[in-house]
Design a protein around this ligand. Structure first.
Ligand code: F6R
Length: 602
């Protein structure tokens, strides 16, 4: 077993911190709210005031924490946290901030201290909380940490990952920060105040630029300013990054949920992506020489991003006639790759760019000396920073846990990439930019009334199945995942030809079947499977570009000739249907139970 597996706990957490002129405490808590989308089950904050640390921690929603704080209270130096428990109970004791025995230190932490049990044995006082973070807080006190240098050195024998912020009651208006593997950022606004966050989204309406901590970098921020250090205690100079203008569009824009808003962003997002690729000449470096540098393509991702990888592999096979395959990142990292050294082009697909499994796989590919393309929606993410070539997904901020617009933009980016290389290889000139622009006008044209009606049946369903062939089978997998995670309906996906090899035994009167039949050559095969299911009483809905079926009841029809682009059109109605059904069932599709937006643990 991989070492890190044994210590999965507090991971997809969120961190914020503030140091500056007096502000309402609720300012910090509102910043914490921007991290809600990551998923969490408790929240807490600690502030330093007149040589004492005051804190509050609450299980459940951030509003519980907010209600525990006097609304007139003000802060000048404070840290706050949302915890998403993977192992270890959801209790106030296990929530952050963690304080040392005499409440000298308080820290918030995102990541996993792998050797915390060893470190704990060397402590005089055993913290009440059974978390790894509590050990670090206690260590700071017992090691008599006084300066930033002491603080940095104390991490020499700490293994694992951390993004953390610490305050100490004897250090007036000072926050110590450190980062290894887990993201951490800091911004200073024009008034000179500092905001710390594990996601730059928190800097929206605060600053215009920010610093991004790299691994093993530390900092001290106090009234005199901000100083960065490396782990050798040298002061380092860092460059600022501009805050992504896309954050300006962050919000529900009148929709009841982020998921619905993000589905309806899709047309615009596809257009924006094309405009960005054109203006930035994204494909220019990917020339003939680049094309000749590989003879195999491996695409890697998790969940929805894995499905995009699978479709991308089909694009490479079909357009470039090249050996291409997709693999789950979580499987790839444990399988010694049998690859033709550096002749394999790797493409890593990740909305967040922080998925631990995908990052783990990227590190393996880099060791093989392979070229690594990273396709991500978050340009300041670890994936974007580690890739040899970064392709932006440019979907805009995606907040809902269930990925929608990022998926359709991933497909469009992969199609453009394969077509661009196909144009070079096949000496042709397909205008993939125009194709996507035309497609973007169709993506939201599905019949909402038809889907609203369908969702009222679906909400009472216990089980359903999605079937398809080839590209349509991959859409069936993604459709099934979307429905499962947002409605908790147990759904499966099968290649349509496989029904008669087993699943047919489960089909009975009223079983819900969705057939994706968008590939002209293969439609007939899937329709045959539909007939087999219907003959056994199944209620079938067909998503198809087959004109012959256009006017049939229970058919969702798409007019699109380019079969490579149909996976974009055929998933959008299912995303909508899932979201609608979720709402009818009283579920919040933005935050399905047990799931987090950014899975930063293996
Ligand atoms: C499903 C979903 C997840 C993610 C997966 C990978 O709707 O969003 O399956 O696709 O956790 O996340 P990223 O793309 O951030 O690497």
């Amino acid at each position: 077993m991989h070492k890190a597996n044994r210590f999965r706990r507090e991971s997809m957490c969120g961190i914020v911190g503030f140091l500056g002129k007096k502000r309402k405490t609720t300012f910090l808590i509102d910043k914490l709210n921007l991290l809600e989308y990551r998923g969490y089950d408790s929240a807490g904050y600690a502030e330093l005031s007149e040589g004492k640390i005051y804190y509050s921690k609450k299980v459940g929603r951030i509003i519980n924490l907010k209600e525990s704080i006097n609304e007139d209270s003000e802060i000048t130096c404070a840290i706050a946290h949302t915890r998403w428990a993977t192992h270890g109970k959801v209790t106030e004791t296990n929530s952050h901030p963690h304080l040392s025995k005499t409440e000298e230190w308080a820290i918030v932490h995102n990541g996993i201290i792998e050797n915390y049990e060893v470190l704990k044995k060397n402590l005089k006082f055993s913290p009440k909380s059974d978390t790894d973070t509590a050990v670090i807080a206690e260590r700071l006190e017992e090691l008599n940490i006084n300066t930033i240098e002491d603080f940095i050195k104390s991490f020499d024998d700490v293994s694992g990952s951390f993004g953390l912020a610490a305050i100490c009651k004897t250090k007036k208006n000072t926050i110590f920060l450190g980062k290894r593997k887990s993201p951490l950022f800091i911004s200073q606004n024009k008034e000179g105040d500092f905001l710390i966050a594990s996601d730059p989204i928190c800097f929206k309406d605060f600053g215009t630029d920010y610093y991004c901590f790299e691994d093993n970098e530390f900092a001290e921020v106090n009234e005199n300013g901000l100083t960065f250090y490396n782990s050798n205690l040298n002061i380092i100079k860092k460059r600022k990054a501009r805050l992504d203008s896309l954050f300006k569009s962050y919000g529900k824009n009148g929709y009841s949920t982020f998921m619905m808003k993000e589905i309806f962003d899709e047309s615009e997002a596809l257009k924006n992506q094309v405009a960005y690729y054109k203006s930035q000449k994204i494909f220019e470096p990917l020339n003939k020489e680049f094309l000749e540098s590989f003879n195999k393509v491996k695409l890697i991702g998790c969940g929805t991003a894995y499905h995009a990888s699978e479709i991308g592999a089909k694009y490479f096979q079909k357009i470039l006639n090249i050996d291409a395959s997709a693999e789950y990142a979580s499987e790839f990292i444990y399988n010694e790759p049998l690859l033709d050294n550096n002749k394999t082009l790797f493409i890593f697909v990740s909305q967040s760019g922080e998925t631990a499994d995908t990052l783990g796989a990227l590190k393996i590919a880099k060791k093989l000396n392979s070229t690594c393309i990273c396709l991500t929606n978050v340009m300041y993410s670890s994936l974007a920073r580690l890739g040899d070539i970064v392709l932006p997904v440019a979907a805009g901020v995606e907040v809902a846990v269930a990925s929608t617009k990022a998926y359709t933009c991933q497909l469009s980016a992969l199609y453009m990439l394969a077509s661009h290389l196909g144009n070079i290889k096949n000496r042709r000139n397909i205008n993939y930019f125009d194709e996507i622009i035309k497609l973007s006008d169709k993506v939201l044209k599905f019949d909402k009334e038809q889907l609203n009606k369908l969702s009222s049946f679906l909400k009472d369903c216990n089980e359903c199945i999605f079937i398809g062939k080839d590209l349509d089978f991959i859409t069936a997998k993604e459709a099934s995942l979307k429905l499962k995670e947002t409605t908790y309906i147990n759904s499966s996906s099968y290649p349509s030809g496989e029904l008669k090899h087993g699943y047919l035994a489960l089909i009975e009167e009223g079983t819900r079947v969705f057939a994706i039949a968008c590939e002209k050559k293969l439609n007939i095969k899937t329709i045959n499977s539909v007939k087999e299911a219907a003959a056994r009483g199944a209620d079938v809905t067909i998503l198809t570009n087959d004109e012959g079926l256009k006017n049939e009841e229970n058919v969702i029809y798409f007019s699109e000739e380019n079969e490579f682009l149909l996976p974009i059109l055929s998933i959008a109605p299912i995303q909508y249907l899932s979201c609608k059904t979720s709402l009818l069932k009283g579920i919040n599709p933005d935050q399905p139970r047990n799931l987090a937006k950014s899975v930063t643990v293996e």
